[in-house]
Design a protein around this ligand. Structure first.
Ligand SMILES: [Zn+2]
Length: 260
């Protein structure tokens, strides 16, 4: 049996939140060994936590997505993070998602302040960081260079970006999470770049309900589609499916300190 782990599911999303238990049951029946439920709005953390109550195979993160940082102070981010990490230390495995997204209009300085606040908290609690990066390679590298030595571990989620960015992240000991984007027809460049990622630092995610892999684009994504992403990775890199399942599952457990 080949067990898989979905390292990024947005259960709090409108299109998923009413079917969480159904999705979790089906995932378990289909060899999904663990799921990481991602919190991207710290005001919703308690709700996200309640959604996965009773599902011990679901881990949870806490963080405020860069696109949500327009109207929140760093002091507030810090206090909500710390309060919940202290309260739910058994369930919270990482900080995020946080990061930088210059694709939309959210002011850069707000995003940077929020991101660095997350990194400070992650450093103090020795927790890995789940990072979102879109159109912000230069600032991302500058900040990670400043932090990487003191940080626990860094995960670049839903990896996209240039080969130079990938190389820099490899040097900074980052982990990489690959999503359904690697199956998209227009993603030849990304498929080429991911060949250089060290296999011991690669994990996989659906980013459900977003980024549904080919040939199911247009449908709502869910953890059962994870298999397609791994199969594509194997096809691109010439690896065996069972081997990649095993390695990526171990990588996830190492990254998030899961001892089961
Ligand atoms: Zn993201």
């Amino acid at each position: 049996m080949n067990n898989l782990i979905d390292s990024h599911v947005n259960f709090g999303h409108e299109s998923l939140k009413s079917s969480v238990s159904d999705i979790c049951k089906k995932a378990l029946e289909n060899n999904i060994e663990r799921i990481l439920s991602i919190n991207s709005n710290i005001y919703e953390f308690q709700k996200d936590l309640d959604l996965v109550k009773g599902f011990d195979f679901v881990d949870i993160s806490i963080g405020h997505h860069p696109n949500n940082t327009s109207n929140i102070s760093t002091r507030e981010i810090e206090s909500i993070l710390i309060e919940n990490i202290n309260k739910f230390e058994d369930k919270i495995v990482g900080i995020g998602e946080t990061g930088l997204d210059y694709h939309y209009e959210v002011p850069k300085n707000r995003q940077i302040e929020s991101f660095e606040t997350h990194l400070d908290v992650a450093t103090n609690f020795k927790l890995p960081c789940i990072i979102h990066m879109r159109d912000a390679e230069k600032d991302m590298i500058n900040i990670l260079e400043k932090y990487h030595k003191k940080l626990d571990k860094i995960l670049i989620h839903c990896f996209t970006g240039s080969k130079e960015f990938a190389k820099k992240c490899i040097d900074l000991n980052c982990y990489f999470s690959l999503s359904g984007i690697i199956t998209f027809k227009n993603a030849d460049k990304l498929r080429d770049i991911i060949k250089i990622l060290p296999i011991e630092r690669v994990i996989f995610e659906t980013d459900s309900p977003y980024l549904t892999p080919d040939p199911f684009r247009g449908k709502i994504n869910n953890p059962l589609y994870l298999k397609i992403i791994l199969e594509k990775y194997c096809e691109i890199t010439g690896n065996n499916f069972a081997k990649i399942c095993k390695i990526s599952t171990n990588n996830y457990k190492k990254l998030f300190k899961i001892n089961v």
